[in-house]
Design a protein around this ligand. Structure first.
Ligand code: CP
Length: 318
């Protein structure tokens, strides 16, 4: 039903599409260095951010991204909507359709919620995280961060460490890094790795934390305690930390550490690593702004061939 392109899973993009968005983000990065950081690119467009699960980074950066692009933006968060009174997601979307939005940015606790939204709107739908499903804009900002801070992605070795089972960040990120030519290794207790992950995603899988030794990037995954129910995935958080915590004793010089946030200090990552200036966590959060500006621009572009700064796109200050 959508008249625009949507971004629901990282597989909606090919290598050219990812390259186009990262290139657009670079150009928006230049705009963000100006005194006036606002451009009229999406003037007259309406973006609805529908966040039905907690978020700090993604919700803030999408809202700011829409504002910096001069779009009209409405942000709706978990509690306080008519869904509290029993309105379904479908009926909520149909209601919001009355305001003729161009983009829905959706975070939802259920896998597949964005597909439901897309079935009931002609607006573009951007997945801002659906349960344990996907988080494609996180993957894009992670690629952007590695390209800017470390090196071209092709040939790099990225180790994802921790709770892959419940991680939409890992699901989108592993695919994205693989697509861009990185070698990916997963290091986790077997209880936190989906069955057949290695075959499905083309990664090596190890239960031994020492196997991060060869990685250029150590991508630490949050222990998603809210998705673990009564538990049983690990003997205890203390035991998990003893076996898998990424801390300085397990890192070698030159390795760069990433984490999508929020972090559980002292569980999957030590506080000292979080605070280490070489860790990329703050850069990831910061880069979310320009990457999400690029995504909003991309899903609303007619041709999806041009980056801002080339014909057809206005980059002068609003
Ligand atoms: N990384 C991430 O999605 O963070 P938030 O939950 O704060 O949006």
């Amino acid at each position: 039903m959508s008249a625009h392109s949507s971004l629901i899973r990282i597989g909606d993009l090919d290598i050219d599409g990812i390259g186009r968005i990262l290139g657009t983000a670079e150009r928006f990065g230049e705009v963000m260095e100006r005194d006036i950081k606002k451009v009229p690119t999406l003037r007259g467009r309406t973006v609805i951010n529908l966040f039905l699960e907690p978020s700090t980074r993604t919700s803030t950066s999408f809202e700011l991204a829409a504002k910096r692009l001069s779009a009209d933006v409405v942000s709706i968060k978990g509690a306080g909507t008519s869904m509290d009174k029993g309105e379904t997601l479908k009926d909520t979307i149909r209601t919001l359709e009355a305001y003729d939005p161009d983009v829905f940015v959706v975070r939802h606790p259920q896998v597949g919620a964005c597909d439901v939204v897309a079935r009931h709107t002609s607006a573009a739908v951007v997945n801002a995280g659906d349960g344990t499903g996907e988080h494609p804009t996180q993957a894009l900002l992670d690629l952007y961060t590695v390209q800017r801070e470390i090196a071209p992605i092709e040939g790099l070795h990225v180790a994802f460490v921790g709770d892959v089972l419940h991680s939409r960040v890992a699901r989108s990120g592993i695919s994205a890094f693989r697509m861009m030519g990185a070698k990916v290794t997963v290091v986790a207790p077997p209880t936190l790795v989906p069955r057949h992950l290695g075959e499905a995603l083309g990664t090596e899988v190890s239960a031994d934390i020492r196997d991060i030794a060869d990685a250029d990037v150590v991508y630490v995954l949050r222990m998603q305690l809210e998705r673990m129910g009564t538990g049983g995935f690990v003997p205890s958080l203390e035991e998990y930390a003893r076996m898998y915590q990424v801390n300085h004793s397990r890192l070698r010089a030159g390795q760069r550490v990433m984490h999508a946030g929020p972090v559980n200090r002292g569980v999957e990552i030590s506080g000292k690593v979080v605070d280490d200036p070489s860790t990329l966590i703050e850069a990831q959060a910061g880069n979310g702004l320009v990457v999400r500006m690029a995504v909003l621009y991309d899903v609303l572009s007619e041709s999806q061939t041009a980056a801002p700064g080339v014909p057809g796109v206005t980059l002068e200050a609003a």
